[in-house]
Design a binder for this molecule. Structure first.
Ligand SMILES: [Ca+2]
Length: 241
């Protein structure tokens, strides 16, 4: 049975790799592992029926000056195991409780289809003895020709919003968990969903807020194809690390 699972797993990623290379011929591959291209979207889903509409950006793919972010790779101190691309970014500025936006990181992208795209991120906190609900958020904003597709005004989405890792004070540190909502107003939460146009250039900006918070990758997905729960499950199970 183990051999069968292993075969199916390998076969799945072979098909995924073929799909990705077909769409993005300049994808790099190293020893059979898909290396996500810098600053580009790639599909992470199956071909049908729900294959389109899920895209990934590696946090470490930014071309911005890292400022107070640190890129941490496998084998380095404070590396969180199983990061995609074997690397993540940890914010070392600010305080564990948070700060104004620091060291903004830009991610320019285009979407292959018109759609309403939700944003989720794979994240990790490193407490070093701090309270469990600290070290767990960043700032995010979107720029470009888009409209809000959530219950926040478009102008609100164009400015920095606090975006946090879900869970409680008991959520384990130094392990990957999803961030999938923004907080605006105390304990008032919003999904971030953007109505995007094919071919338009957008810039997602992420800035440091709380110290020792890490981002591995971001996912933008078509909310008409995936619920937030489905998107999280799909991304967790298909993104190469
Ligand atoms: Ca990564």
């Amino acid at each position: 049975m183990k051999i069968l699972y292993s075969f199916c797993f390998t076969f799945f990623f072979m098909i995924l790799a073929i799909e990705l290379v077909a769409q993005y011929p300049d994808l790099n591959r190293t020893a059979g592992r898909i290396v996500l291209p810098v600053g580009k979207f790639v599909y992470a889903g199956e071909k049908k029926p729900s294959g389109k509409g899920m895209m990934v950006i590696e946090a470490e793919s930014t071309k911005s000056d890292l400022g107070e972010w640190k890129k941490i790779g496998a084998g380095e101190s404070n590396y969180i195991e199983n990061a995609s691309g074997k690397a993540h970014l940890e914010f070392l500025g600010g305080t564990p409780a948070g700060s104004d936006p620091v060291s903004p990181l830009e991610y320019a992208f285009k979407v292959p289809e018109n759609g309403n795209y939700g944003l989720i991120m794979q994240t990790s906190k490193r407490l070093e003895g701090a309270r469990g609900d600290l070290c767990n958020d960043v700032w995010v904003k979107m720029s470009g020709d888009f409209q809000s597709a959530t219950n926040l005004e478009t102008t609100i989405l164009k400015d920095f919003l606090k975006y946090f890792q879900e869970g409680s004070v008991k959520t384990p540190e130094k392990s990957w968990h999803w961030a999938w909502r923004a907080e605006k107003g105390k304990h008032v939460f919003y999904n971030l969903v953007y109505k995007l146009k094919k071919g338009e250039r957008y810039i997602l900006t992420i800035a440091g807020r709380s110290q020792r918070f890490s981002i591995d990758y971001m996912v933008l997905f078509d909310v008409n194809r995936f619920s937030f729960e489905e998107a999280k499950a799909k991304a967790s199970s298909t993104i190469a690390n």
